[in-house]
Design a protein around this ligand. Sequence first.
Ligand SMILES: Cc1ncc(C[n+]2csc(CCOP(=O)(O)OP(=O)(O)O)c2C)c(N)n1
Length: 590
Amino acid sequence: MQVADTKKLLSGNEAVAQGAYEAGCLVGVGYPGTPSTETMESFAKYDGVYAEWAPNEKVAMEVAGGASMAGARCLVACKHVGVNVMADPLYTLAYTGVNGGLVLLAADDPGMFSSQNEQDTRFHALGARIPLLEPSNPAEARDFAKLAFDLSEEFDIPVIVRSTVRMSHTKTMVEIGERVEHDLKPYTKDPSKWVMMPAFAKKRRKVADQRVRDLMDWGSKSDIVRAEYRDKKIGIICAGVVYEHVREAMPDASVLKLGITYPLPKAAIASFADEVEELYVVEEASNYLSSQVAALGFTLNQTPNAIPPDDEISPEIIRHAFGADKPDFETFDGALPPRPPSLCAGCPHRLVFSELNRMGAIVTGDIGCYTLGALAPLSALDSCVCMGASLSMAHGVELARKFGSGVDEKFAKKPVVGVIGDSTFAHSGITSLLGTVYNHGDGILCILDNRTTAMTGQQGNPVNGITLQHRPSHELDIVKLCEAMDVEDVQRVDSQDLKAVREAFKHAREFDGLSVIVFCSPCQLLIRKKESPYVVSEDCRKCRSCINIGCPAMGADEEGRALINPTQCIGCGQCAQICPFDCIKSTAEG
Ligand SMILES: Cc1ncc(C[n+]2csc(CCOP(=O)(O)OP(=O)(O)O)c2C)c(N)n1
């Protein structure tokens, strides 16, 4: 079938990029994070735009703030937890307002498919007094992204477009249009708008409040707020992808579809509430909408069965909430066997964790592929909280042990090790390390430099010096940086060489003070090199040392002898190095 070239099959993320492109957005800045990553990756591919990865979301928002002040339309994209990182500039940009339109795509992750928490960006919109639009599908994502730029300039405020994982990654046909170029808006120096010291900020705070009232009225008149009347017994208020689920689950119910969920369009809600007998809110993973509708003075009915407060919602869950039998997901015929995630065959992080496990260290971890070092059989991590936390939490553990009383003797003797990846180090680990050095901390810090941001799909970062649009750059030399920070003991070690890894840890444990080990070896998915596979000889003594490094290519036969799956083995030789009896050889050795 021929599809007219005014339509494209786009994911929600790609559609936001398309909308931004059509709106004449010039500058795109983001930091990768599922489910938002493809937004900036696809925006970067359009002609006539400038796009870059920032080292973190705060920097991204500040770059966009500057470009907006200079008159350009700007798009920022990140995942929900990235909004926390940028909260400082974001909340104050709500006071300064914008010059060129500034739009933030914030992708939430109800169900936590790839996140450490399930927070709802709408609470940030409420806290910062920033309007938030919620498209329900990719077609709307493109429309709302375009609209968001106009709204941003009309109301002099950054605008958030909130997506959720289901919308970010679903593809549908999207009507597309031409780009409308925008010259830079003229810049006029105006400290009362852009210099947020208390005397000016106090006045801007009032401007922000008035803007919220104006936006409430705007929403009630806008066609992105739509009352759909059917049977008027049940009226459901909903937004985003939940709207699609509600329509599927309750096709006869009346629906108020909110395209803007902050500020809430009070007048539109009031007329809907007047028309229906029972008023409900359906939402997922948070009570933002129900609490805010109730705060406006509307009385909500409760569904016969509660809507779960956490996790993604589905049409089955909605039907059950309104009285249908509970869906029985367990007996689903096509149930898949469980496949726990694991580090890839040949992953350069593996030997570091196998050693940390052997050392019985207290390991404060971080976010990246290496978080998988927490899982059996490596079982090497004690904590993982947020990007950058590894180094500062290691310092905190040391402080408690050093200054606390009644410290358990065994606990006191364990080495404390912070482990962080290269992208995460650049994101927010550098200041953590600085804090430890400044406060004369000790312990061991491992920086796992696999030459990429692997977890989110191999993006460039300041350590590998690869930029989003392949412009010239600089590679950050982590060792030199540590030395410049006055770290007294810094080693650079090949993380695929077990002997070197062991020696580095031995040296670091003996060193009296803070010791940093920069483990270097590229991610296997980056080099995609497959050497001859390894095999286990007849002499295998079933000690399981090789199996315990958790390589997906390793297994055991019925008698417990180690076995290597040749289709999965990439020939890295980690297992051969770990075997204490020299029973594993490369097939290349004949
Ligand atoms: C504030 C925040 N932004 C983005 C993410 C998404 N994210 C998780 S880990 C990671 C980077 C991982 O790269 P790196 O530290 O180099 O480790 P690798 O995966 O390469 O081992 C990113 C971008 C996040 N969890 N939190």
